[in-house]
Design a protein around this ligand. Structure first.
Ligand code: ADP
Ligand code: MG
Length: 261
């Protein structure tokens, strides 16, 4: 039984497109026959909501998994997308950050849980972890579990500073917790080609990071922001819109890199 490929979608800044990228990449992977588990590691639970899992259905969450009181297989729920399940989160997950501060094996809680769900031959082929907007314990757990990190980056003034910070964290996790952690790539989000700043930041990021930046940039597209309120991935809500089409192209690039890895 081959272990799943595990990708952490991370950026310490909120509102940059982590959750949108996680949901739509997960949908694209499921559409080509992969068995995908999205782990919602943000107490805000936007990935869970965006995939149609209402709060009332979240009796057990990733919080219980990190505390060692439930398995991912206990909490994972079906979505509208065949082959795509989600392990939901809830507001109580915010407490985990503090509660685990001195706990044994605290950085590897998620890694161990993914190992257990992958043991019996019916596990996922891809695990996507939607991280919270910080570089604290939860994101470190995701990076300690992951094969690679995918960074959504919004083309705004402090983008490069923010990027340097998360790259440092990846370096630290590599040194201390997960030597084989890779950078899958950087995806420019909410991109507006008519905006000078967007283009300038794009040029800067491409100069610094070269091939690590996907060729596909995700445009600002209102359909992408409408889809979550319908509890659906944009790829189901409106496959033809420019945002969905960009995510399809991005998924192709990511799959090519994954196959090479
Ligand atoms: P994060 O998970 O990093 O906080 P989200 O994916 O939740 O970011 O995106 C923040 C907000 O912006 C959400 O309301 C989302 O629907 C919207 N959004 C994300 N990507 C786009 C886009 N390319 N165009 C328009 N709106 C977007
Ligand atoms: Mg989010």
């Amino acid at each position: 039984m081959t272990p799943p490929r595990i990708l952490a979608i991370a950026n310490q800044k909120g509102g940059v497109g982590k959750t949108t990228t996680t949901i739509n990449l997960g949908t694209a992977l499921a559409a080509i026959g992969e068995k995908v588990l999205i782990i919602d590691l943000d107490p805000q639970g936007n990935a869970s909501t965006g995939l149609g899992v209402e709060h009332a259905r979240r009796r057990l969450t990733t919080y219980d998994v990190l505390r060692g009181e439930a398995e991912l297989s206990d909490i994972a729920q079906e979505t509208l997308v065949p082959g795509l399940t989600v392990a939901p989160s809830g507001v109580d997950l915010a407490a985990a950050e503090v509660e685990l501060i001195n706990a044994e094996g605290r950085h590897h809680r998620l890694r161990r849980a993914i190992e257990r769900v992958s043991q019996n031959g019916t596990g996922p082929s891809y695990v996507l972890i939607d991280c919270p907007p910080s570089l604290g314990m939860l994101t470190v757990n995701a990076m300690a579990a992951a094969d690679a990190v995918l960074i959504p980056l919004q083309c705004e003034f402090f983008a490069l500073e923010g990027l340097a910070q998360i790259l440092r964290t990846i370096g630290q996790v590599r040194q201390r917790l997960n030597p084989s952690l890779d950078l899958q790539g950087i995806v420019l989000t909410m991109y507006d080609r008519r905006n000078n700043l967007s283009r300038e930041v794009e040029n800067n990021v491409r100069d610094h990071m070269g091939e690590k930046v996907y060729r596909t940039a995700i445009p600002r597209n209102v359909r992408l922001s409408e889809a979550p309120s319908h509890g659906k991935p944009a790829l189901l809500y409106d496959l033809k819109c420019s945002g969905s089409q960009a995510y399809v192209r991005l998924a192709t690039e990511i799959i090519q890199r994954e196959r090479a890895a």
